[in-house]
Design a protein around this ligand. Structure first.
Ligand code: ADP
Length: 448
């Protein structure tokens, strides 16, 4: 935490170190060149901007498929950016090629999740560690051997491990070999993609300690990708929370974990199991699965699942369960347009139920059940149902969007500052005219 200034009231402020990596409106799409089947590209990373400061550890979290690896790989130039810039020490690396790219690559390295898959079992550990030195024609063969032995010592392995093969090692030892290889060319910046998720918990702690020690010793800068929030909480200075190709919230780790400002961060942290299951909590549960990155929602990407979505003024005081029913009903209709899934699969995803053969009446029952639905709401539901019966899904959706839609579906939120911790959040709730996330959570009786 030495990188951070204490503000007067003791709140951790923005990092003070020099900026090493600047990411500006970066987009990485797959299949944007069209191809035979055409169709929309997969918007794996869809316009993210952030800085990484020299010597800091930035964590990148989010559900599987949200674009974490693609972002990490684009920062390493293992994927090409579709748009935007990545400046490393001031140079836009998305434009580098040939010799310049090869030279730049010495500064940055990647450590992968799966040490089994990323280490060649036919090479000795010494050969594996020397490989990047050979590729870059680093000094003499004798010096390369010496360097490999030194690296074994640096990562806590023994010199006589040099002639062994990866399969003779445990998972933790193999990850140490992966880290030694990544350090061979004395990089400044490491992207670590799920570096400990394949390891036992006790081994995880040792590898995380090693990474901490190495960072201090060599002044390294880390981007750590992890789905395990406890790993991130313990090792990262700041955290970026990703959803469907966007960064929803970014700020100091303590602020994000203690008082998440973005509804998505709240839902993600709400999903962590409580150590004491007898504690009754009114959790913010996430409905359904994330939408396809080929066809992300308009407005805020989280709007189709957000439990804190801004409501039209006339429905601000509507019963929470009725509002949730409307949201489920709209999600079912939206999903019926997605021909890639069977109806059964879609309903199971949305409602978490085995819903074999469910028709529109049953969906209504599931959405609203015994709820006391006010007549003005009922009128629009009935009208939408009529459209569905006539097989006019689009009119049904439009009817509901006109009545129940809000700024969340219509406008892309800005990344707005929250509090004085240098944190930003991608949510309309931070605009002055709306009730902030934390106030909303309190007034609706949710707990985190
Ligand atoms: P995460 O690391 O968060 O699990 P990824 O970056 O691996 O997410 O994937 C983001 C999205 O991009 C997913 O929908 C995934 O299916 C898609 N994707 C990843 N790699 C490719 C690829 N090579 N070609 C096409 N789509 C891809």
């Amino acid at each position: 935490m030495s990188l951070y200034q204490e503000s007067r009231d003791g709140v951790v402020a923005e990092p003070t170190g020099e900026v090493l990596v600047e990411v500006d409106d970066l987009k990485t799409y797959y299949g944007s060149e069209g191809g035979l089947l055409g169709g929309n590209p997969v918007k794996a990373v869809d316009g993210v901007s952030f800085d990484i400061h020299r010597g800091e550890t930035l964590g990148l979290v989010g559900e599987s498929g949200c674009g974490k690896s693609t972002l990490g790989r684009t920062l390493m130039q293992l994927e090409s950016a579709t748009a935007g810039e990545v400046r490393y020490d001031g140079t836009d690396i998305t434009t580098l090629s040939g010799k310049e790219l090869k030279e730049w690559r010495q500064n940055v390295q990647m450590v992968f999740q799966d040490p089994d898959g990323s280490l060649n079992d036919r090479m000795t550990v010494g050969e594996i560690i020397k490989e990047p030195l050979n590729v870059h024609n680093w000094k003499t063969p004798t010096e390369r051997r010496q360097r490999a032995r030194e690296l074994l010592d640096i990562v806590g392995l023994k010199e006589d491990h040099y002639y062994r093969y990866p399969f003779q090692f445990s998972g933790g030892q193999r990850q140490r070999v992966g880290i030694a290889r990544a350090l061979a060319l004395e990089p400044d910046f490491l992207v670590l993609d799920e570096p400990v998720s394949a390891l036992d918990v006790s081994v995880q702690a040792k590898i995380l300690n090693l990474l901490n020690d190495l960072q201090e010793e060599f002044g390294l800068t880390y981007l750590i990708i992890a789905h395990d929030l406890s790993v991130v909480e313990h090792i990262c200075d700041r955290v970026a929370v990703m959803y469907l190709g966007n960064i929803m919230e970014l700020g100091p780790t303590d602020a994000i974990f203690d008082e998440p400002a973005n509804p998505y961060t709240n839902s993600l942290l709400s999903a962590i199991p409580e150590p004491d299951p007898t504690l009754e909590k009114s959790r913010m549960t996430l409905r359904g699965t994330p939408p396809s990155p080929r066809d992300p929602p308009s407005g805020c990407v989280f709007s189709t699942r957000c439990p804190l979505k801004i409501r039209p003024e006339q429905y601000e005081d509507l019963d929470d369960d009725v509002w949730e029913g409307i949201e489920i009903f709209r999600a079912v209709l939206r999903d019926r347009g997605d021909l890639s899934k069977s109806v059964r699969q879609r309903l199971r995803d949305l409602l978490g139920l085995e819903t074999r053969g469910m028709d529109i009446e049953e969906v209504l029952e599931e959405s609203f059940g015994e709820l006391d639905v006010p007549s003005d709401v009922q009128q629009h539901i009935d009208s939408a149902v009529e459209h569905v019966r006539r097989d006019d899904l689009q009119s049904a959706q439009e009817e509901l969007e006109t009545e129940f839609g809000s700024v969340c579906e219509q406008e892309v939120p800005e990344n707005l500052p929250v509090g004085d911790t240098g944190r930003t959040s991608h949510c309309h709730r931070h605009r002055d005219e709306h009730e902030g996330t934390l106030d909303y959570i309190e007034s609706h009786g949710y707990e985190r």
